[in-house]
Write a protein that binds this ligand. Structure first.
Ligand SMILES: NC(=O)c1ccc[n+]([C@@H]2O[C@H](COP(=O)([O-])OP(=O)(O)OC[C@H]3O[C@@H](n4cnc5c(N)ncnc54)[C@H](OP(=O)(O)O)[C@@H]3O)[C@@H](O)[C@H]2O)c1
Length: 267
């Protein structure tokens, strides 16, 4: 029987990945790493064991990894690169000390420009542990949620894409991909995981149909989009545009589209 440890299991991606693992390997020992004090009721109710630990507490990570065959390291949400890579490297040290057989790491598309992810990827490729690096695309859900809110409140969906296509991936597909990479490890692989392309014009048309009221898309300066603005500049520059093939192969079906996410109400 295989034992798995999933970090970030109280968060969106990690929780979905534990659910996916339970269907892929129902007889496995599934352990969630949760910070002291984090609410784990839902995990425990679904039969997941909980070990307490914190990326900032190496001793807790070593204890959590004891006897574990495979680990899903969900990247830390901390934005500061030095802190983030220090946290990730603490997990890698704990995994190596425990003799864990395989680790799956959720990196990001464009990781070469992100020192936190880049250092973690290098430590993995140069380190002793068998690994899979999943370079996740941006989640579709926050873009859909924002567009739905704008459509409902003003009838105008704003972007700074000026007609350029966008590529994002549903967090549900990314979680399934992580679970599959863990359940059927292919050592030494790095995959770019992205979803199908879409445009804001098409999303506005879809929202108009669903809401039964006029909705149109307006391109604006990215400064008017708050924290979303810089990402729209990347879309316009044709970055983060990797095709969905590797995600599709890993999950064994076409990835969810922006319309699927809208219809599921998960965005
Ligand atoms: N691709 C994208 O668009 C996108 C978007 C957002 C984030 N991300 C990245 O992908 C990761 C997963 O996304 P998500 O949506 O699942 O994020 P999330 O819901 O914010 O979950 C983050 C998880 O990390 C845990 N965590 C935070 N600090 C920790 C620490 N010091 N030690 C141990 N665990 C810690 C949190 O635990 P608590 O419950 O205790 O806080 C939570 O379980 C994020 O952490 C971030 O690196 C990607």
């Amino acid at each position: 029987m295989t034992s798995y440890l999933v970090t970030g299991a109280t968060g969106t991606l990690g929780h979905l990945a534990t659910q996916a693992l339970q269907t892929l390997d129902p007889h496995a020992d599934l352990v969630a790493l949760a910070r002291p004090g984090a609410d784990t009721d839902a995990l425990v109710a679904s039969g997941v064991l909980v070990r307490r630990g914190d990326y900032d507490d190496p001793a807790s990570l070593r204890a959590a990894c004891d006897g574990i065959d495979r680990v899903l390291l969900v990247s830390s949400p901390v934005l500061d690169s030095a802190t983030r890579s220090r946290q990730h490297l603490a997990v890698l040290d704990a995994v190596a000390a425990a003799g864990t057989r395989h680790l799956v790491y959720t990196s990001a598309l464009g990781s070469e420009h992100d020192p936190g992810h880049h250092r973690t990827e290098r430590a993995l490729t140069e380190g002793p542990t068998s690994y899979t690096i999943l370079r996740n695309g941006l989640y579709t859900e926050p873009f859909v949620a924002r567009a739905r809110w704008e459509a409902t409140t003003t009838g105008v969906v704003r972007s700074a894409t000026y007609g350029h296509p966008v590529r994002t991936a549903s967090v549900r597909d990314l979680a399934m991909a992580a679970a599959r990479a863990l359940a059927n490890p292919v050592p030494g692989t790095t995959l770019d995981l992205n979803g199908p392309g879409w445009t804001y014009d098409a999303l506005a048309r879809e929202l108009a149909d669903r809401l039964g009221r006029p909705v149109h898309h307006e391109s604006v300066d990215e400064a008017g989009l708050g924290p979303f603005g810089p990402v729209h500049a990347l879309f316009r520059a044709g970055l983060l545009a990797q095709p969905p093939d590797e995600l599709s192969r890993l999950i064994g079906r076409p990835p969810l589209t922006v319309v699927d996410v809208l219809a599921a109400g998960s965005g």
